[in-house]
Design a protein around this ligand. Structure first.
Ligand code: IMO
Ligand code: MG
Length: 475
């Protein structure tokens, strides 16, 4: 059977931790979309593993598969595998031959395009990993796939078509002189990134290493065989529903489909196989966002976030007083939850849980259950609020509008819940659901009712045993 894990919000919901908890009883953990734009954290025996490409299960000795729906940067993949080996692990990773390869040109174009958009304040705030340009070439039918790295003639042919085309785009459309930019990615200068010979040599070498390590597979066949043999497969989504290219807040989205339908397409398993299993939505007890786009429940919406947050923002300790300012609450949650970008260290935008967003996510993916993380982070606040519905142009609506313009005009109708105290979370996690403060339980039960989906797990900290499991989807 399969269990699919999907982000229900805007990414960073703590999917890595939930994959770790439920993946305990899986044999294989497969990613079905995205690439190294993801940042999944697994804490095990006091050691923190930050993974962007290697599926989270690899930390616990599961077979990790990167499905055909992924875009893969071999430089990142090998770095990550080498780092894990240095930490004493021996990750077993398979890579779909049909997956697309991120090349240095893609990273170059990602950064150049963001730069151009920023002149009109239209930047998406991408992770700069080349995700969008790689998916563009995939649907443009000119991408390089993993299998091509294993075939010199094919690789050369693909690069000879792709790179001159991209060079014309950069030079003639963007008007960039490659010799005079100092951008460099994965060991390639801008000029080298467009040089067929240089790219060919490096990428065929990656292909050799992939083959030597026995990594390339036909993912659909590989996974189907494992399921037929009675094994359990976990499908690990990256990003989140509102970052979905179809169901997210276009154009402030990523270029793939994190929602559950793609778990079939992006892994090569049949939809009926995925649909026969469980689909678990991962929710953070509040909301955070990196990058641009609307966020109706944002706290301190008009406060500009700059890198030195201490100077512009609220007073963390004031958040627990009777009538705290929204920016004080945001500062509190950001500090308690460590809501800073893992790569850039920049503060994330923070807001209350948004129910219209969760109703939309539950429908788009058909959640059979959901997990709520970071319930401990909100502890200490006198009042916890939730965006129950939106007011939009004089109407009350309960789900996310189809356009980002309309979403940007939504004003949240907030519901208030009495807060819960800071306690010994390890003890609560060990005792189980009934040990959770009644106010926290009331909050969780309200969410479960509203999205008509049972709560399978409650995260009270980063470690596996700091999660209360009410229902295990594999059991
Ligand atoms: P995990 O898996 C949060 C956001 C970027 C940007 C938009 C497009 O850790 O939850 P991209 O580089 O994908 O073209 O950027 O998507 N984004 C994420 N935000 N968590 C992620 O992954 C994200 N991956 C991409 O910030 O707004
Ligand atoms: Mg992340």
């Amino acid at each position: 059977m399969t269990v699919t894990i999907v982000g229900a919000q805007l990414g960073d919901e703590g999917k890595g931790g939930i994959v770790d908890v439920f993946g305990e009883s899986a044999d294989v953990v497969a990613r079905y979309q995205g690439g190294d734009n993801a940042g999944h954290t697994v804490v095990h025996d006091g050691e923190t593993y930050k993974l962007s490409l290697v599926p989270s299960g690899a930390v616990r000795g599961k077979v990790g598969v990167l499905g055909n729906g992924c875009v893969v940067n071999p430089a990142t993949l090998f770095d990550e595998i080498d780092d894990l080996r240095e930490m004493g692990l021996d990750p077993e990773v398979r890579l779909a031959k049909r997956a697309q390869v991120i090349l240095p040109v893609h990273r170059f174009l990602d950064n150049v395009a963001e730069d151009v958009r920023s002149d009109d304040d239209l930047e998406v705030g991408t992770t700069g990993r080349g995700i969008g340009p790689t998916y563009e070439d995939k649907v443009g039918r000119r991408g390089v796939r993993v299998a091509d790295l294993l075939d010199d003639e094919c690789l050369r042919e693909r690069l000879e078509y792709l790179l001159p085309l991209k060079r014309r785009l950069v030079e003639d459309v963007y008007g960039i002189d490659l010799a005079s930019t100092d951008l460099a990615f994965d060991g390639f200068t801008a000029a080298e990134a467009f040089d067929v010979e240089a790219v060919f040599e490096q990428y065929r070498a990656y292909g050799e290493r992939l083959a030597e390590e026995g990594m390339p597979v036909a993912a659909g066949e590989f996974l189907t065989d494992r399921i037929d043999a009675g094994e359990r497969v976990m499908l690990e989504g990256a990003q989140g529903t509102l970052l979905d290219i179809d169901h997210g807040n276009y154009p402030f989205v990523t270029s793939s489909n994190p929602t559950a339908g793609y778990a079939a397409t992006g892994s090569g398993l049949g939809v009926t196989t995925v649909g026969d299993g469980e689909v678990v939505g991962v929710v953070k007890a509040y909301l955070s966002r990196v990058g641009s786009g609307p966020m109706p429940t944002e706290l301190g919406r008009n406060v500009e976030l700059v890198d030195d947050v201490s100077e512009v923002e609220g007073d963390e300790s004031a958040a627990t007083e009777a009538n705290p300012e929204p920016e004080d609450i945001a500062t509190y949650i950001r500090e308690e939850g460590g809501e800073y970008g893992t790569v850039t260290g920049r503060p994330r935008r923070v807001g209350w849980l948004d129910l219209p967003m969760l109703r939309h996510a539950a429908r788009a993916s058909g959640f059979t259950g959901f997990a709520v993380n970071h319930v401990d982070v909100l502890a200490g606040l006198e009042t916890v609020r939730v965006g129950h519905s939106y007011d939009l142009d004089g109407e009350t609506i309960e789900t996310v509008p189809a356009t980002t313009q309309r979403w940007g005009r939504c004003e949240p109708n907030l519901r208030s819940f009495e807060g819960w105290p800071e306690v010994d979370w390890d003890a609560v996690a060990a005792e189980g659901y009934d040990a959770l403060h009644e106010n926290a339980r009331a909050y969780l039960e309200y969410v479960a009712d509203e999205i008509d989906t049972p709560v399978y797990a409650i995260g009270l900290g980063a470690e596996r045993d700091q999660t209360i499991v009410r229902e295990h989807p594999f059991e």
